[in-house]
Structures are given as structure tokens and as C-alpha cells.
Design a protein around this ligand. Structure first.
Ligand code: PMP
Ligand code: GLU
Length: 407
């Protein structure tokens, strides 16, 4: 019987007492559920894993070849903490070409995954007592990464009925001191919604009134947008705010490279230098072979991205209408990513054992073998996140089991 998805107890003895700042930190729920699903599968259970947001495609061949070549060329040593000069130049060129953003190389930092870019940024920018505004539903790691810096989260709720648009007056009120940072994520995990130009313009006019605010734009799903939608972020729409933006991106999702751990950040050189110094004392540098592979990914042919995005789009168009046909379930169609975020509130409390999304996700896993992430992990209780970064057959079987479960 599965009763809890994310383990949350840490046995302690006096000698092994864990530091206070870890007190509220939970394991990443997405990684914890994926690991539970893998364990159950290994034990012979017929598990359909719709939990983790991780491309099901292999890293394209030309990128793997670049890594092989890098090893042969002996690129097996430490690199500069901020990343190899040639990868930083490739990222600079990517920003010019895709985003019309013209950064000097000293504005670019290569990190071990986009997650570490966020961690390094919050460690370098925030003091205990500072506040960070995040928009719910949010990616699961934001609150814990923020808490690790001693800062506090202020959460702004948004709603599916207006496509998760930010209430601009509420945003204005939330940006007063001690707020230092606002995190934006578009296309967003878990909603899949991409902010239109009008929304970014409105956010821009509010942050102009609060000069102490730095804005993170987490662009990890930039490439996973359905055809016809041009990608935009705050720095692109409001060029006067570029020096107050930290753009975070990476190759994990765009190039199916989650395990290679390469992300990057662009920001004013003084902040990037602080983050590079922080990185030099914590992880030294991102993996040298993976940096060579990421350089090939960013400089190479983008047709493999187009093929993967076409597959995610087709799966979205298959899955979302079928979820909306399920009794009492509501899902907003997405603009991109590979997530469907399902409002399941009508199903809670019907059975006293299933009073919240965590219990619903456990019951679903127990009775159907489908692993999903409870919405409360994203600040949206009563929802479930289904990742369709999985093959079509798994998705079809999952749909038929869901039809039976929710009938
Ligand atoms: N931002 C968002 C919105 C994400 O979903 C993720 C998860 N992959 C990350 C950042 C971190 O990505 P990475 O694998 O590059 O650390
Ligand atoms: N970002 C992915 C997800 O939301 C990967 C797991 C993680 O880093 O949290 O599932």
C-alpha cells in the first residue's frame, strides 16, 4: 500500500543533528516520485511513469559524437569556473540569434544544470530576511532553493480560468521591500503557459516602479513551444530592464540532455563574477565533456529539436482533450512544455481516504500504476501534474486506465 510519495523524515541523533537551514527542506518531489516509480517497476509492478519532466528522447547523435571527440582531444581537465571560453561564446551567439540580446562574454556563466544557476544566484544575491516573489503554480524547487539562502517566499496565486495570468495589482503590492527577486517561468512548469507580450509589458511597467527588484526569467522551456508562438521573455520585451534581469536557460529540455547537467545564466558582469566565484568554491566548474557537448548542441543543426517538439505537441493534442473528457477533470491547453496540469478537486473528499492530491496520487499509483506529481508540490493543491515526455503507447495505456479510474 503506497501511503506517501515524497519521504520527509530524517532520522537524527545528537551527533548527526542536521543544520537548521535544512529544517524545512524536503527532497525534490519530482525526483522522489520518479525514483519511487522506478523502484516499483524494478519490483515487477506495471508502472506508467508520467511523473518526471525529462525528455524520453536520446541526446541527438551529433552531440554525443562531440562529447566522444572531446574525450579523445583530452578535454578532461578542470575548465575555468565560469565555463570554457568557446561555450560561453556559443551561448553569447545563441542569445544574439534567438533572443536579440547582446551580452558580453563576461555576462555569461555556465553551470551544472539550470537548477544550479538558480541556486548560485540566490546564494549570491539574497540575505536572510529578503523576500522572493514566485508565481503559483511554480516549479517545485523554487521555494526550497530560496529557503536555502535564508530568504522567504511570497507566493502569488494565479488561476487556470484566465490562463494563469498574473494579477498586476497584486504583483505591484508584492514587490515592496524586503522583496529583492521576482521569478518568472514561461513557458511554465507545470502549466505549460507562455506569457504573451501584453503580460510581459504589464510586468515590465510594474517592476520599473520597484528599482530594487531583480527579475529571474527561467527560460528552460524556450524551445518547447508549439508552432507559431514566438518565444518572448521580459528582457526581450523590455530592453531597458536587461540589466535587472537574470536569464536562466540550459540544454536539459531543449536537447534532451538532462543527465549532462549543463545550464547557463546571463546577467550583469559583476553578478556573474560573484556567481562564478561561488561556483569555483562549490563545484569548481560544469563537467568539461558536457560543456563540449553543449557547445555542439547550441551551435549545431536544430532539426532534432523540431522533431522532438512536434512529438510533444502531438502528444499534447492527444492527451489534453482526453483528460478533459474525464469525469470532473479540467486541464487548460498548454502553449508548450510537456506537462498537463489537471484540476482534480471534484474528486477529493468523495472517499474519506482521498482528501487531498497527495492521497489521490498515491491511490492512482496503487490502483492503476500511473505515477504523477501531486499539485501541492507546485503550490496548487487539488491538482495532478502529468508529464507526457513519454512514448505514445505508454500514454495510450495511461489514458485507458485513467478513464476506468475516474469513471
Ligand atoms: N527550471 C524549470 C522550470 C525546470 O522545470 C527545471 C527542471 N529540469 C529546471 C529549471 C532545472 O533544469 P536542469 O535540469 O537544467 O537543472
Ligand atoms: N524539472 C523536472 C520536473 O519538473 C525535472 C526534475 C527536477 O529537476 O525537479 O520534473
Amino acid at each position: 500500500m503506497i501511503t506517501a510519495i515524497a519521504p520527509c523524515t530524517r532520522p537524527m541523533t545528537a551527533s548527526l543533528a542536521i543544520a537548521n537551514r535544512l529544517a524545512e527542506i524536503q527532497p525534490s518531489p519530482t525526483l522522489a516520485i520518479a525514483s519511487l516509480a522506478a523502484t516499483l517497476k524494478q519490483a515487477g509492478r506495471p508502472i506508467l511513469n508520467l511523473s518526471i519532466g525529462e525528455p524520453d528522447f536520446d541526446t541527438p547523435t551529433f552531440i554525443r559524437e562531440a562529447a566522444r571527440e572531446a574525450m579523445e582531444r583530452g578535454l578532461t581537465r578542470y575548465t575555468p569556473a565560469a565555463g570554457t571560453p568557446s561555450l560561453r561564446e556559443a551561448i553569447q551567439a545563441k542569445f544574439r540569434k534567438d533572443n536579440q540580446l547582446d551580452y558580453p562574454v563576461t555576462s555569461i556563466l555556465v553551470t551544472p544544470g539550470a537548477k544550479y544557476a538558480l541556486y548560485a544566484l540566490t546564494q549570491c544575491l539574497l540575505n536572510p530576511g529578503d523576500r522572493v516573489v514566485i508565481i503559483a503554480p511554480y516549479w517545485v524547487s523554487y521555494p526550497d532553493i530560496i529557503r536555502l539562502s535564508g530568504a522567504e517566499c511570497h507566493i502569488l496565486q494565479t488561476d487556470a480560468t484566465d490562463r494563469y495570468a498574473i494579477d498586476i495589482d497584486a504583483l505591484d503590492a508584492s514587490l515592496k521591500p524586503p522583496t529583492r527577486l521576482l521569478i518568472l517561468n514561461s513557458p511554465g512548469n507545470p502549466t505549460g503557459v507562455h506569457y504573451p507580450r501584453s503580460q510581459l509589458d504589464a510586468i515590465g511597467s510594474v517592476v520599473r516602479r520597484h528599482p530594487q527588484i531583480v527579475i529571474v526569467t527561467d527560460d528552460l522551456y524556450e524551445k518547447i513551444l508549439w508552432q507559431g508562438l514566438p518565444f518572448l521573455n521580459l528582457a526581450m520585451v523590455c530592453p531597458d530592464l536587461v540589466d535587472r534581469c537574470v536569464v536562466i536557460n540550459g540544454v536539459s529540455k531543449s536537447h534532451a540532455m538532462t543527465g549532462w547537467r549543463i545550464g547557463y545564466a546571463a546577467a550583469p558582469p559583476a553578478l556573474i563574477q560573484a556567481m562564478a566565484d561561488f561556483q569555483s568554491h562549490t563545484v569548481s566548474n560544469a563537467n568539461s565533456i558536457a560543456q563540449a557537448a553543449a557547445e555542439a548542441a547550441l551551435s549545431g543543426d536544430s532539426s532534432s529539436i523540431d522533431q522532438m517538439v512536434a512529438a510533444y505537441h502531438a502528444r499534447h493534442d492527444y492527451l489534453v482533450p482526453r483528460l478533459n473528457e474525464l469525469n470532473g477533470i479540467r486541464v487548460q491547453p498548454a502553449d508548450g512544455t510537456f506537462y498537463a496540469f489537471a484540476d482534480c478537486r471534484p474528486h477529493l473528499g468523495l472517499n474519506p481516504a482521498i482528501s487531498d492530491d497527495q492521497a489521490l496520487a498515491c491511490d492512482l499509483l496503487e490502483r492503476t500504476g500511473i505515477a504523477v506529481v501531486p499539485g501541492s508540490a507546485f503550490g496548487a493543491p487539488g491538482h495532478l501534474r502529468l508529464s507526457y515526455a513519454t512514448d505514445d503507447q505508454t500514454l495510450e495505456i495511461a489514458v485507458s486506465r485513467l478513464q476506468e479510474y475516474f469513471s
